[in-house]
Design a protein around this ligand. Sequence first.
Ligand code: SD4
Length: 334
Amino acid sequence: MKRRKFIQRASLSGVGIITGSTALACKGEAGTSVSTTSTTVATTPMKPVVIATWNVEQAVTKAWEIIDRGGTAIDAIEAGCRVEEANAEGQSVGIGGLPDRDGNVTLDACIMNSEGEYGAVVYLQNFKHPISVARKVMEETPHVLLAGAGAEKFALSQGFRKENLLTEASEKAWKEWKIKSEYKPIINIENHDTIGMLAIDSEGNISGGCTTSGLAYKMAGRVGDSPIIGSGLFVDNEVGAATATGLGEEVLKTVGSFLIVELMRGGMSPQLACEEAVRRIVSKNTNYRDFQVGYIAVNKKGETGSYCIHPGFSVTVNRKAGRRIITAESHTKP
Ligand code: SD4
């Protein structure tokens, strides 16, 4: 089933969809039924765990395989994100990503490990795996963020090969868009499935990654939240981690992922912290009905949370007990 149809159905049904071999007996998992009051539903602390934005089963399965055989969270994150980047059908990530208004596919990604190290690339073109280039920035340079031509030069020096990322389908969609060239700097549920992924390995260490082609038909040079530390992703190994999807401008303005981690540091559950970060955006925007933002989070215990502005945001979670696709609760109701 196509991802978007799947998402729609999942959201209509209003229940989590269990896809692993065993159901996780965890009411409230990733926010399926946690109320917005302070009465949090008890969740069973469960780690290791992998959680990702959207229905990205294959990516999460890949990450989980690494965790399950004792691998590190950072290796799991990179390998998992690469699966989506290589999926030409996904039009928000890697190859097949929808281009900017000039027809160029430009990619943003970041990665953060349990030591608090971070690496990112922005406005990267013609490399299918920005998450891996971001990891190289983190591990092989004294910097944290490389952009455009410099990022390209660095990627080449690290052995990455250039390739055309504009697929026929995405080129066709762009050409159709060009007829009217209606540029709306908003994102709706037909137009985002950026992958943000968080993992805790069997040592209890947390890492995260986020990779995207950003807003379809964005202005040339536009960079969103996904590669920016604290906005699209934040990891603090003592506390937990969070990542975002949706309209990056709003996530950037509220430094959403950092906010969630800091709220968890103060004792809030991942679920309530995600809800508060969404509330922060909603309260500052009278036009919040026009765009979507979704967050996922995990704390040190392995408890997870998720929340979004509008129905239609799905989340993939994998633990020892199995894998689930969950429909996140939302601020507006179906
Ligand atoms: C951005 N947050 O560039 C990203 C878009 C996104 O799925 O989530 N796309 O604003």
